[in-house]
Design a protein around this ligand. Structure first.
Ligand code: PMP
Length: 323
């Protein structure tokens, strides 16, 4: 779907995937005015096709557009475009209970000019691609590398927006994580390098010996994850206390050592919920408890996956039926 100032959104099409030819002076190639989302369509237990909270993706996409000075895609248009794409061929959504159709909506500045100002033209595109299980052979813990040299987002920056530039800036830290045998990087806050913010592509939760949970607050420097928000609600539904509170890396180490911290997990669309295994930094490493999947982690995971797959009741009306 195209956009031009004065014309609005026009020219919606479903096409076979093909390269998008681009003029070398297309704005996005120089000033990175680009945002995206990631969500999945599932085959539900009764054979239908559903999406999980696509309205939340539409709202976040709109908020990202605003931060990046882009013409926002109306939420209704975003949702209708997803529905129309999925309905083109229901067989795109894998039938197996682990698979799903990954959906990647994105929007970029398509005006041809060299100059630092918001573009007056945009292209909004959705890629749909079937994917298998994120984990082969059961849920596995992620090992994480705590970056002491790089941060993901500063106050007043773009941390809360899902824009490509955030990920470009995170790659050097992600490469460092991989070099040290880890799957994901943990970012600390930019001002003090002290408080845990999030992983390269996931939010983070801590479970304590009194059954309560803590997750870093939405200070504007982390991505407001849809899985994060869903986990907070599911945990509160069970009567658990969930704090959205600053938690320092030092405290994490101390609580793991004393046994006060029982579980730590990461969450996001791709892996849903996954335990955090080994935590490594340039000075050493430790594990939370035995480094294996904890009880609260796995039970929240079962509930959330159950809702997404249509086998568990959906008390919050999160499941959107497409077919
Ligand atoms: N933080 C970052 C940096 C991410 O890329 C993602 C994945 N979108 C998340 C958190 C988790 O967000 P969500 O639960 O909406 O997938």
């Amino acid at each position: 779907i195209r956009y031009a100032d004065g014309k609005g959104w026009y020219d919606a099409r479903v096409e076979a995937r093909a390269p998008i030819p681009m003029d070398p002076a297309t704005a996005v190639l120089h000033y990175a005015q680009e945002i995206f989302e990631g969500l999945k369509a599932y085959r539900s237990a009764d054979g239908g096709v559903t999406m999980f909270r696509p309205d939340a993706n539409a709202a976040r996409f709109r908020a990202s557009a605003q931060r990046m000075a882009m013409a926002p895609v109306p939420e209704r248009l975003f949702l209708d475009a997803l529905d129309a794409l999925i309905r083109t061929d229901r067989d795109w959504v894998p039938d197996d209970p682990e698979g799903s159709l990954y959906l990647r909506p994105f929007q970029y500045a398509s005006e041809v000019f060299l100059g630092v100002k918001p573009s007056s033209e945009y292209l909004f595109v959705i890629i749909a691609s079937p994917v298998g299980s994120y984990f082969k052979g059961g849920v596995q813990p992620v090992n994480v590398w705590v970056s002491r040299d790089y941060s993901r987002a500063a106050n007043g920056g773009t941390g809360a927006a899902k824009c490509g530039g955030n990920y470009a800036a995170s790659l050097v830290a992600q490469a460092e994580a991989i070099e040290h045998g880890c799957d994901q990087v943990v970012f600390l806050d930019a001002s003090e390098q002290r408080y845990v913010e999030e992983l390269g592509g996931m939010n983070v939760f801590y479970v304590f010996d009194d059954g309560s949970l803590t997750t870093p607050p939405l200070t504007g420097t982390i991505l407001p994850g849809i899985t994060r928000e869903s986990v907070i609600r599911l945990a509160r539904d069970r009567g658990l206390t969930v704090r959205e509170e600053l938690y320092s890396y030092e405290q994490w180490q101390a609580d793991a050592r004393s046994g006060r911290l029982r579980e730590a997990f990461a969450c996001g669309t791709a892996a849903v919920i996954t335990p955090i295994g080994t935590v490594r930094d340039r000075d050493g490493e430790f594990t939370v408890a035995d480094g294996k999947a904890g009880e609260v982690t796995m039970s929240l995971r079962d509930t959330l996956v159950g809702i997404q797959r249509g086998v568990t009741a959906d008390p919050h009306g999160w499941v959107h039926r497409v077919l």
